[in-house]
Design a protein around this ligand. Sequence first.
Ligand code: IPD
Ligand code: CA
Ligand code: CA
Ligand code: CA
Length: 271
Amino acid sequence: MEIYLFAKNLIQDAGAFIRERMTENYNIDSKSNRNDLVTDVDRETETFIYNRIGEKFKDHQIIGEEGHGFDIDDMKGVTWVVDPIDGTLNFVHQHENFAISIGIFIDGEPYAGLILDVMKGDLYHARHGEGAYINDTQLTDIKDTELKSSLVSTNSNWLVKDGIKKPFIQIVKDARSVRSYGSAALEIANVAKGTSSAALFYRLHSWDFAGGMIIVSELGGLTTTLLGEEMRILETNSILTGNKKIHSELVQYFKDDDEFIENHARFHGLD
Ligand code: IPD
Ligand code: CA
Ligand code: CA
Ligand code: CA
């Protein structure tokens, strides 16, 4: 319990740090391309979280998007997987609709997941075997739904990417509707909350999905790659998370597309 309580306090403190820090000037840089942004606030928040964990738990491993733990290659002991700001583009353009995401694993097994919607103040959290909550309110198990009567979410980039786009386009046609909010962690939190039935992405890093995956699983939802394989925490993955019924329906769109399978295997090293 000590780690879980510590994590809940830490994520709230990190949220307060961001809300304060964003009222001052900060630099915005680009990373892999001109639309892949990072700010001083992303980096400083990761350092804030990293230092606080390190002061309290000297032997814990920490993986963070902005540079920590890239050399970690096993999940022995306690591993924290941290995204200090998920939805940096929303942070920069909207000043809302971004989150802090934390997944905690003990010897590779899910221990706890936390996602803080920083500006709304909603904390989604779950400890393995103890139920999932939004703030102090317990969430109810995720209900089975069919695609034709469901909202699902994805990143719209995947709808225009040659070689993989076909199943994504068919899903847009067959779903009730598709949403693209720009924070994978919050899109997975919506699945936990029941305001969306599934979230699917061609490529995410572990810091985008680790916290959400643990929360969804606590509510009876399922998270795998788009081809139904188990998620691997130390690698980039495709991801499909949702209630069990829609999950099995959606996985079939990808399994039935040979071109998708070929590109997925090549890109994600699964061949
Ligand atoms: C991004 C967001 C976005 C997702 C991207 C992620 P970041 O994370 O989660 O919704 O589609 O793939 O990289 O860079 O804002 O932490
Ligand atoms: Ca980023
Ligand atoms: Ca992210
Ligand atoms: Ca990030």
